[in-house]
Design a protein around this ligand. Structure first.
Ligand code: NAD
Ligand code: UGA
Length: 467
């Protein structure tokens, strides 16, 4: 019976998954620990609007369990020593330098966690990989756990089982993804440990949705799932460019092909390029795995998914500049949306970042609006500094104020707020000729018809005929 769980890493995955688990299984005590003191303080904040991440439904869950069977703290060693089961949910970014730089995962945080577990665990501990990891990482974790155990001067009896239980939640939908997962994947070799983890999920997930596999299939399935999802988006983004030239309309194409039950309608929405902390990282990791094993054709195939994604962002930036007579110097450009997708405050790999950076290179003046991203985060992402003395970037929480005197608006995140704007009012306060670029295809063209706006919508070959 699992009585105490420890989760190392209180991030976008550790926070919501453990809160939800604690909520569904009141008999288990869950300790979420992190080395980042500020993050833990934010998780413990009395004001639930100040939690470190914004996720619909999360604060309601936290309200029910925090201080009861869910705790956030920095006492990593203590939480490890008391736990029957430990989830490793730390970040696994791409290596910035050294062997495999730009492709391979930086496993320093995983390794540090494994070493700390090896040192502090007591009795039998089930160690669960929750982070997305390169194939065969479980082997490394096992080596660390078992070697430290053997060398331990205390010679206390401790043993470990290592499982892989990748997380498939997507940000902005985390709570519903956790509540109604398509599947829960448990990879391992120790059937008893696998069943113990399964028992926890059975508190809210149907038996037939919980599947077992070997460790390597589990690790590889996570990378493959992300690569497939990203590939669908890159495929549609590539077709959006053809639509614009041929007169096709990408939304119509998405609908037509999505109705083929073999293809399905999800993850076919063309946009400014996929963002988020994982798609690019996980595909590059897959590319690295292939190259290291002399599978260059396979590596090239997946690499293209990332290349098309970079090209899509570049293509949008160029489209803006070309339509503004090839010159944006000194022009006011409003950016609607800085998060990488709607319903999250996460900005990691957001397409907005690269597109804005390119426009800043052209000396444009940028006014950014986002309902959830903090001002600090915007400056850190664009300039690497929380309080820069940069004069060309402004943040404005009111879209109408932001639009006064603007030459162009670029819609980059599909927030609901942007679907119901008064475009007549906006066009009347902009500098003429004024442009609106909708890269998420969420604006109804008919609403633009009665305004003075020049309108460009991604993947729409007919757009230019409006004006
Ligand atoms: P994150 O950066 O939000 O959180 C990771 C946390 O781990 C940080 O708060 C960091 O301080 C902490 N940490 C690092 N080393 C530590 C250590 N030695 N001891 C204690 N704490 C430590 O990352 P995330 O978005 O939650 O992602 C975590 C993992 O889950 C990654 O491997 C990612 O690929 C995977 N994943 C993420 C998502 C997502 O939606 N973000 C979804 C599925 C899988
Ligand atoms: C993604 C996966 O969907 C999750 O299953 C996975 O667990 C997670 O990565 C992870 O491993 O981190 P996430 O990045 O949170 O989740 O969000 P998605 O909804 O997948 O969106 C990723 C990016 O693709 C966003 O920029 C989004 O705008 C874009 N996207 C998504 C499209 O452009 N079109 C679509 O049809 C769907």
């Amino acid at each position: 019976m699992i009585r105490k769980i420890c989760c190392i890493g209180a991030g976008y995955v550790g926070g919501p998954t453990m809160s939800f688990m604690a909520y569904k299984v009141p008999s288990i005590e869950v300790n979420v620990v992190d080395i980042n003191q500020k993050r833990i303080e934010a998780w413990n904040s009395d004001d639930l609007d100040k939690l470190p991440i914004f996720e619909p439904g999360l604060k309601e869950v936290i309200k029910k369990v925090r201080g009861k069977n869910l705790n956030f703290n920095n006492e990593v060693d203590k939480a490890i020593s008391e736990a029957d089961m430990i989830f490793i949910s730390v970040n696994t970014p791409i290596k910035k330098s050294g062997l495999g730089a730009g492709y391979a995962s930086d496993l320093r945080y995983v390794e540090a966690s494994a070493r700390r577990i090896a040192k502090n665990a007591t009795g039998h501990t089930i160690v669960v990989e929750k982070s997305t990891l390169p194939v065969k990482t479980a082997e490394t974790i096992k080596k660390i756990l078992f070697s430290d155990d053997q060398q331990s001067s205390h010679k206390t009896k401790k043993s470990f089982s290592v499982l892989s239980n990748p997380e498939f939640l997507s940000e902005g939908n985390a709570i519903s993804d956790l509540a109604f997962p398509d599947r829960v994947l448990i990879g391992g070799e120790d059937l008893d440990a696998m069943n113990k983890l399964k028992e926890i999920y059975l508190n809210w997930v149907d038996n037939d949705k919980i599947i077992f596999s070997n460790l390597w299939s589990s690790e590889l399935s996570k990378l493959t799932a992300n690569a497939f999802l990203a590939q669908r988006i890159s495929s549609m983004n590539s077709i959006s460019a053809i639509c614009e030239i041929t007169g096709g309309n990408i939304s119509e194409v998405e609908k037509a092909i999505g109705l083929d039950s073999r293809i399905g309608e999800k993850f076919l929405k063309a946009g400014p390029g996929f963002g988020g902390s994982c798609f690019k990282k996980d595909i590059l990791n897959l590319v690295y795995l292939c190259r290291s094993n002399n599978l260059d054709q396979v590596a090239d195939y997946w690499q293209k998914v990332v290349e098309i994604n970079e090209w899509q962002k570049e293509r949008i930036y160029k489209k803006v500049v070309c339509n503004l007579f090839g010159n944006v110097a000194g022009k006011k450009i409003v950016i609607l949306g800085f998060a990488f997708k709607a319903n999250t405050n996460d900005t990691r790999e957001s397409p907005s970042i690269q597109i804005i950076k390119d426009l800043l290179q052209e000396n444009a003046e940028i006014i950014i609006n986002d309902p959830k991203v903090s001002d600090k985060q915007v400056f850190v992402d664009l300039l690497g500094d929380e309080n820069p003395s940069q004069e060309k970037i402004y943040i404005e929480k009111d879209v109408y104020k932001a639009s006064i005197g603007a030459d162009a608006i670029i819609l980059l995140t599909e927030w609901d707020e942007y679907k119901f704007l008064d475009w007549n009012k906006i066009s009347s306060i902009m500098n003429q000729p004024a442009w609106l670029f909708d890269t998420r295809c969420i604006i109804n063209k008919k609403e633009i018809n009665n305004t003075s706006l020049n309108f460009w919508q991604l993947g729409d070959g007919f757009t230019n005929q409006i004006n």
